[in-house]
Design a binder for this molecule. Structure first.
Ligand code: CDP
Length: 232
């Protein structure tokens, strides 16, 4: 089978994009790139410097200046990669609930999207990459050979995020996670620039009743089918 050079996975929060993307990337020897960490990094740096997240221009300037780096893990604490912002390790800080609550607003700012998507595109166009996000198949890499849109109900996604937080020892409430996720879905899918939606040529997978293993197996079958179609 001739493999797609670039694979994109888009979809709403906690639909399982990162788990699936990492697994596909590892099995093909591709780079796994989770673009959400870049939006989270800008948000975390703004919050930690007490910058009001409504100050669009300040946040846009920050996104242009900040040096975000994703590197192989140096610490064995369950992380997939080391996330650095201006040299500081912020791998876990970007997962906290304050970032969850603010990141979607930060992601609506045109200057933020421009700064981050051009970096993403540069990495994506090198090929051999599985890139995960909200607008990868539609805006960042519209020419990607294989595109998945991974969906699941908001209740199921909130359940998964709740379990992840509890496993990390964070005391969170399911109801609050559910509400925060609904708010984020609403902002992500109605924003003017690069809203969350499936690309026209994306394969839509609903993961509600599927285990992570089943989603992975299903994706490989779909990838094989789509590769056959392209080569005929
Ligand atoms: O991990 P989770 O699915 O909760 O979110 P994420 O992928 O880390 O993304 C966090 C937020 O960044 C999303 O809610 C979007 O607002 C924004 N984002 C975006 O606008 N475009 C992307 N390509 C990736 C993330």
């Amino acid at each position: 089978m001739s493999l797609p050079k670039t694979i994109t996975i888009d979809g709403p929060a906690a639909s399982g994009k990162s788990t699936l993307g990492k697994r596909i990337a590892d099995s093909l020897g591709y780079l796994f790139f989770d673009t959400g960490v870049m939006y989270r990094a800008v948000t975390w740096i703004a919050l930690s410097r007490d910058i009001d997240i409504n100050m669009k221009h300040l946040i846009e300037q920050l996104a242009e200046k900040i040096d975000i780096d994703v590197r192989p893990t140096t610490i064995d604490d369950g992380r997939v990669a080391d996330i650095l912002a201006d040299g500081e390790d912020i791998t876990w800080q970007i997962r906290n609930p304050e970032v969850d609550a603010a990141v979607s607003q930060v992601s609506t700012y045109p200057g933020v999207r421009k700064a981050l998507s051009s970096q993403q595109r540069r990495i994506g166009l090198r090929g051999k990459v599985v890139m995960v996000g909200r607008d990868i198949g539609t805006i960042v890499l519209p020419g990607a050979e294989f595109k998945i849109y991974l969906d699941a109900s908001v209740e199921e996604r909130a359940k998964r995020r709740y379990s992840e937080c509890m496993a990390r020892g964070e005391m969170v409430k399911y109801k609050e996670i559910l509400e925060s996720m609904r708010r984020r879905d609403q902002i992500d899918s109605t924003r003017d620039i690069a809203p969350l939606k499936p690309a026209r040529d994306a394969i839509i997978l609903d993961s509600d009743r599927l285990s992570a293993d089943q989603v992975y197996e299903q994706s490989l079958i779909l990838m094989e089918e789509s590769t056959k179609k392209i080569s005929h």
